[in-house]
Design a protein around this ligand. Structure first.
Ligand code: DQA
Length: 152
């Protein structure tokens, strides 16, 4: 199993940005944590982060050509604005889990809208970094791999 862990704008600022919401751990810490969690599932992971909408669209398209089995995707602010990202996820047809570190359902009104959600097999929000590993477990289960261990 090959998963792409894709993160949108400002996720590279983890540890600096709003620690009361996103915690004190960095993007590097996130990658280490997710790599370990996915290793336990026997999944191979690659990571990509960008602050640019078109780069995220390119990365989703590249996942198709790289034959990724699943995408673990935190589109960050583009969640709430981007039809281009929704269309990219629909275009490639790769099972994608939408992940948010914070519980967007309990935040501002503008965060209640998710354009990408309708193209995703699941949404996991409010579980911090653990949400990414939950997403990997969900995908592994869906793809007929190891049974999930910590589903919300
Ligand atoms: C986020 C939530 C988004 O609303 C926000 O724009 C982010 C991060 C999260 O992980 O909780 O940048 O996706």
């Amino acid at each position: 199993m090959k998963f792409l862990v894709l993160n949108g704008p400002n996720i590279n600022m983890l540890g600096i940005r709003e620690p009361a919401i996103y915690g004190k751990d960095t993007y590097e810490d996130l990658q280490d944590y997710v790599r370990k969690g996915c290793g336990k599932l026997g999944a191979e992971v690659s990571f990509y982060q960008s602050n640019h909408e078109g780069d995220l669209v390119d990365a989703i398209q590249q996942a198709y050509f790289d034959k990724a089995d699943g995408i673990i995707f935190n589109p960050a602010a583009y969640t709430h604005t981007s039809v281009a990202i929704l269309d990219a996820v629909k275009a490639v047809g790769i099972p994608t889990v939408e992940v948010h570190i914070s519980d967007v359902s309990k935040r501002e009104d503008f965060r209640q809208v998710s354009y990408v959600r309708s193209a995703c097999v699941k949404t996991i929000a409010g579980h911090g970094f653990a949400g990414y590993v939950m997403a990997a477990e969900y995908l592994a289960d869906l793809l007929g791999g190891v049974t999930g261990l910590t589903q919300p």
